[in-house]
Write a protein that binds this ligand. Structure first.
Ligand code: DX5
Ligand code: ZN
Length: 218
């Protein structure tokens, strides 16, 4: 399987959201990455249901929804209704992660768990077989355009080992500071999905940048 690219619409031009969603549709990207921030779990507020609904209306690829919010259980049904294919919650925001994962599955979505840079992958030892995707944060969540944290490579390798040892099919996604400089090394370490916001949308030719990332990572 080749690497999946998930452009993060957080870096899109919100005044031309339809145009940018359609750019992703027509590109070699695999998923639309959608970042929801509540200003409590993270210091920033991004967008909520009405904007996700507008994105869903134009998007033709799977919606990879990343919730950076406290108590995400309250909104699982809403995101299922909006058409999320993967719903990712933060490990740090879930007191009863196992229950949350079952609730996501019960709504027919794939389960995702995101880990902040300080959170060890070993904490997923007992839930990994219930997780379709682990999103390793390679920046502190809350903002686009930050620099990649180098310790992420160690985490990718450790997570890959855990997944293999538990005979699980979990995908590894990397989110934050992904560029053409680190894409190949991340892939070699075991990453399956690369999220890229600024690197794609701030480039002169986003469609070409998506294609280049896919090519480089392989
Ligand atoms: C950060 C978000 C990311 C962000 C990545 O909190 O989860 O998805 O948009 O942006 P870049 O690629 O610019 O670091
Ligand atoms: Zn994200």
């Amino acid at each position: 399987m080749s690497v999946k690219i998930a452009p993060s619409l957080l870096a899109a031009d919100f005044g031309n959201l339809q145009r940018d969603v359609e750019m992703v549709n027509q590109s070699e990207a695999d998923w639309h990455h959608i970042d929801v921030m509540d200003g409590v779990f993270v210091p920033n507020i991004s967008y909520g249901m009405p904007v996700v609904k507008a994105i869903a209306e134009y998007a033709t690829k799977p919606l990879d929804v990343h919730l950076m919010i406290v108590d995400p259980d309250r909104y699982i049904k809403n995101f299922a209704t909006l058409g999320a294919e993967i719903l990712t919650v933060h490990y740090e925001a879930c007191t009863h992660l196992h229950r949350t994962l079952q609730a996501i599955k019960a709504e027919g979505m794939k389960t995702g768990v995101a880990l902040n840079p300080h959170t060890s992958v070993n904490l997923l030892e007992d839930t990994i077989r219930d997780i379709d995707l682990v999103c390793l944060m390679s920046v502190n969540p809350g903002f686009g355009g930050q620099s990649f944290i180098e310790n992420t490579y160690t985490k990718v390798r450790a997570l890959k080992e855990l997944i293999v040892s538990k005979n699980s099919n979990t995908l590894i996604e990397i989110d934050g500071g992904v560029t053409s400089i680190n894409a190949k090394s991340l892939r070699d370490a075991g990453a399956d999905v690369l999220v890229a916001g600024s690197f794609v949308f701030k480039s002169a030719n986003p469609t070409q940048t998506i294609s280049d990332l896919k090519q480089i990572a392989g």
